[in-house]
Design a binder for this molecule. Structure first.
Ligand SMILES: NC(=O)c1ccc[n+]([C@@H]2O[C@H](COP(=O)([O-])OP(=O)(O)OC[C@H]3O[C@@H](n4cnc5c(N)ncnc54)[C@H](O)[C@@H]3O)[C@@H](O)[C@H]2O)c1
Ligand SMILES: [Zn+2]
Length: 373
């Protein structure tokens, strides 16, 4: 019989918890400073003989030893896999490297995988956990803002294919998410901005007050103020959890989380992975999708400059690469959201409300013309 661990008794007092309710697969997201070194963060995880930390060359020197030390209190063996850094390595080779290590160490089906890093590490580790022996438990330790507010929540895992982003993957939930805000102190400014893009997206799609809060607190967020970050990460996780809770397998509602992503994915794929950061492409994509919402008459004209100004203040690009309208359309038709060749866009239909719609190519062409150079 398992005994509930009184997590809240010894977690740092400023810790926020977001509970993801998914029946027996529900889990907690812990958010706050000081979590990596707090033993309570690591209590009550699935029992096993071994844990395997998956991380990369950049994150390992910063945080690996501390995570390993905490895990050593619970697992007889703590192994690691060090992957090359970068979106271009979110591929079969990296996935194989994880599975190779699991098999080489004769890891059993209880082995706990620990994803230590950004969304790339989280997505790959989650996918490896989903398929190794038909599923082993995994823990997310997101160390980028983007991973803390988005990719570590909701159970989507994936790797890329040269012909399309995240084309291979599985829905698979972590046992816990440990989002230590102190890890954001080492994040390069470009990566911080990329995470802000995903935070900004939650405003227009779900919460007009949150959009106004972000506008008022953007400078504090850019200065990595812990209280501001705690609120932004918590609210973002709550909104994502609320959406995912109603539509875990992306039948409908969950797609609104992809505001700005149809244009954004086209930019990422069109330029080749690794040129623009995911969050940068999403930032620019949100400008385009905001404009399309206005041009379709769903939003008043002042919505576009409002979004563009916020995205620009966050340090994100607001002008896309001039790939050509035909190329954009072609790239967007391959997008997973397209149905029978019709491109489906997430559009804003009132502040805090989003929906999926098609749009005439001619109108999309006008948008691309206005926001690429
Ligand atoms: N599963 C989902 O629902 C979901 C949602 C959104 C995005 N994603 C995926 O997430 C990925 C993007 O994630 P990302 O933006 O975290 O990118 P990333 O994982 O590539 O991390 C960005 C960079 O920051 C480095 N880094 C990580 N933590 C650091 C730290 N604390 N200090 C210094 N450097 C650090 C990384 O090594 C990398 O170089 C994409 O592949 C995207 O498809 C998935
Ligand atoms: Zn995204």
């Amino acid at each position: 019989m398992s005994v509930a661990v009184p997590l809240s008794l010894s977690l740092p007092p400023s810790t926020e918890t977001v509970a993801i309710a998914l029946d027996e697969r529900g889990y907690d997201i812990l958010i706050g400073p000081g979590l990596l070194d707090a033993p309570a963060s690591w209590q009550g995880l699935p029992k096993a003989a071994a844990a395997l930390i998956v991380t990369n060359e950049t994150v390992a020197p910063l945080y690996l030893d501390r995570v390993r030390a905490q895990l050593a209190a619970h697992y007889g063996r703590v192994d690691k896999v060090l992957l090359p850094d970068g979106e271009q390595h979110k591929d079969w080779n990296s996935l194989n490297a994880i599975v190779d290590r699991l098999l080489a160490t004769a890891s059993d089906r209880k082995t706990v995988l620990v994803a230590l890093g950004g969304g790339v590490i989280g997505d790959m580790t989650g996918f490896a956990a989903a398929i190794y022996m038909r599923g082993v438990p995994f823990v997310q330790v997101p160390t980028t803002l983007l991973a803390q507010v988005d990719s570590s929540v909701g159970g989507k895992t994936a790797i890329n294919h040269p012909l399309g982003k995240n084309m291979l993957g599985a829905f698979y939930q972590p046992a816990r998410v440990i989002a230590d805000l102190d890890t954001l102190d080492t994040l390069p400014p470009r990566e911080l901005a990329a995470g802000l893009a995903e935070i900004i997206k939650y405003g227009p799609i779900a919460d007009a007050d949150f959009l106004a809060w972000i506008e008022a607190n953007l400078d504090a967020l850019l200065a990595r103020d812990k209280a501001a970050l705690a609120h932004a990460v918590k609210r973002s996780c709550e909104i994502k959890a609320w959406v995912v809770g109603q539509d875990e397998r992306e039948q409908g509602l969950r797609a609104i989380l992809n505001f700005g992503h149809t244009f954004g994915h086209a930019i990422e794929t069109g330029l080749g992975y690794g040129e623009w950061l995911h969050g940068e492409a999403v930032g620019c994509g949100m400008v385009m999708a905001s404009d399309l919402s206005v041009r379709l008459g769903l939003m008043p004209a002042d919505f576009l400059p409002r979004m563009r100004r916020l995205i620009e203040r966050a340090g994100l690009p607001v002008v896309g690469p001039r790939l050509g309208v035909e190329r954009y359309l072609e790239l967007m038709r391959v997008d997973k959201k397209s149905e029978g060749g019709e491109i489906r866009f997430v559009l804003i239909e009132g502040l805090g409300k989003a929906g999926m719609r098609g749009a005439p190519d001619a109108l999309v062409a006008q948008v691309l013309d206005a926001h690429t150079a």
